[in-house]
Design a protein around this ligand. Sequence first.
Ligand code: CUO
Length: 670
Amino acid sequence: MASEQIQILELFQHPFREGGGGGGTGITFPSDGGVATRVGLGDRTPDLGYATTIPRGRVFSPFFKGHRRAAKSLCDYFNRARNANELVRLAKGCQNLVNEQLYIYALSFVIIRKPEMRRLRIPTVIETFPNKFASQEMLQQAQNETLRNPTRTEPIIINQEFSGTLLKAEHRVSYWREDYGINVHHWHWHLVFPIELDVNRDRKGEIFFYMHQQMLARYDMERLSVGLNRVIPLNSLREPIPDGYFSKMTINNSGRAWGTRQDNTMLRDIRRDDFGLGFINLSEMEIYYSRILDAVHQGYMMDRQGNRVPLSDDPPNNGKRGIDLLGDAFEADVQLSVNHPFYGDFHNLGHVVLGFSHDPDGSHREEIGAIGDPATSMRDPVFYRFHKFVDDLFEKYKLLQRPYSNEELGVPGVRVTRVGVIQEGVPNNLKTGWSQRDFEAGRGLDFGSTAPVLLRLTHLDHKRFDYHLQIVNSLSAEKEVTVRIFLAPTLDERGNRMNFMDQRLLWAEMDKFVTKLTPGENNLVRSSLDSSITGPEEATFRELEAGREIELGSQDAIEFGQCGCGWPQHMLLPRGMPQGMDYQLFVILSDYARDRVEQVIRNRACNNGVSYCGILDSKFPDARPMGFPFDRRNPEQINGNVIQTAEEFAAQFDNMLMEDIKITFVGNNL
Ligand code: CUO
C-alpha cells in the first residue's frame, strides 16, 4: 500500500516535465489542437482515442465540449487498470502524449471513483499546478531564490493583492475570490460532478444549482462585510462587462499566460477552431436561455420525442424534481439533459464566451481567461455576475413553487429554547482574521532543482467555535430531528433590515446534522469543525509522503478525506467588520422521518462536505429540496399572522429560533 501511494504521488509531480513515461513515441501534435496522429507505436500503442486532441502546454477545461470528449477517452483508458500498479504503468505510458492538465484530471477522476483505488490519496492541486494559484512573477522569484540558495528554508510570501489594487472597489474582495481553498474546492467539485463522463450522481442538477447558489450567498455576505453591494447579475450577453480581470498567472511552465479582460469588454461570437469549438453564437445562447425560461414559465420541458416533462419540486410518482431537471439542462450534460439539442449548453458556453472575450476569433493567439478553468474561474469577478444570472433563472423557477406547508415546516412537540455560538469562551461574537499556510511549489514546477520551493499564502481564518442549542422535547419518546443552521447578514447595503424574500438568498448553510432528542431538555454542543459543508483539505505531498496508511472506511480516511470536495474550513465565516458586523443565526429542526433517505452508505471514505458534494456512490442523504426552507418563498400568512420577515416566520414555529450575533474582523491579531 505504502509503495503504491508513493508511486501514485510520483505521477502527480512535475506534470510539465518532458522525458518521463512513454515519451518520444512518435505522436505528432498539430499546433491548432486538431486530432493528433498516431504513428509507429507497435504493440505499445496506447489506445488513447480523443485524449491526444488537446495539445500539451495548453489549457484543458471540462467547460469545452471537445475537452470533455478527450477526458472521456483518457478516463476510459485509465479505467482499465485493475489496481494501482496497472494505473501507474498505463499513466507512465502516455504521460508525454497527452495534455498535462487533462492527465492529472483523468488520473484524479479514476483514483477517486474506482473502488480498488479509493484508499490512495491524491495530492492537493495547488502543489501539482502552483501556476494556477500564484503569479508567474512570484513563482519565478521563488525559483530564482532557490537556485541561488538551495538550502533556503524561508517561504516566498505571496502578496494578497497581486492581481490588482484597491483603486478598484471590486478588488476589496479579491482576497476571497482568489483564496486557494475555494478554488481547490471548485476544481474538485467539477471533478466529482463531471459532465459527459458516464457519471449520473443522485440529484446532480439540483446540487449544481444549490452549491453555486450557496457560493453566491457567501460571496454576497463577504461583499457586505467590505462595504460593497451584493453582486449584480450579468443580465445580458450584449452588455459590456464592467470588471476586467488580469490573473497574472500562467497556463504552463513556459510562461504561456492566461487571457485577460479589460474593463467594459463586450462579449462576441466565438470562432476558436484551435479549441475545437467551431462557432459559438451569442444569439444561439440567447435562444437556449429563452427556451429554458419558457419551460420555467410553462411549467414543463419538452423531451426529444415532444413529450411534456413537468417541472415541479413536488414531482408526481417520485420523479425528478424540476430543479434537478433544470440543473441538468443548464449545466449541461448531453446524457442527462432532457433534450440537449433543444435546451443547449448555456452554462458551459457561458464560461467559454466569457473566457474568450478578449480574442474571440483567435487572431491574437491568446489563451482563454481564468474563467475558462474550474480551478481558476472563481478568481474572476465575472464568475459571480454570470452565475448570478444563471441562479436568477433557477430562482424564477423556485418562486413558482408553492410555499412549504405548516406540516412540512413544523415538528410538533419540539421547541428550540436557546441558540448561540461560543468561541474561546466568548458568546455570540465570532472573530475572523488572517492566517498563513505554506505550500511546496517545486513539485509542480520544473526548473532543474530538487530543493523545496515554499510559498506562503495568506487567507481569511477563524478559531474554531461551537454552536450551543437548548431544545425541549415534550414528547414521551425520543425524537429524531435534522438540525439545520444558517447564517445571514442582518442588514442590507443601506443598513436596513431585510424582508424574508430579500434575505432569502443570503442565508448560507453553516451546518446540518441528525440527532436524537431525549424526552425533556436537551443541550447540544456542535463544533464548527464538523460542518456539513466543509471538508478536510487535500493533503500536501509532504503530508502524504509522511506515510499514514489509510484504510478504507477508517476514521483517518473520513478525517483526512480522499474526496477533497468541500468548502474550506477557513472560509466558513464571512470576514465581518473591524467594528463588528451584525449577523443572524437561524436554526430549524426538521422531522427526520421526512428527511430520511433509505440507503446503506457504501463509500464512507468520501463523505465530507456532504451538503455541497453529496456522498460518492450514494444518494444525497436528505430527502428535502436543497436549501430547505429558504429555497421557496414564505407563506404569506401562518395561523392568521402576516409573514414578511424571517423573524416573523421563525416566531410561528417552536422548532425554529433566531439569534443575533456579531462577526468582528481582527486582521493579523487572530
Ligand atoms: Cu462551477 Cu460555472 O459551474 O463554474
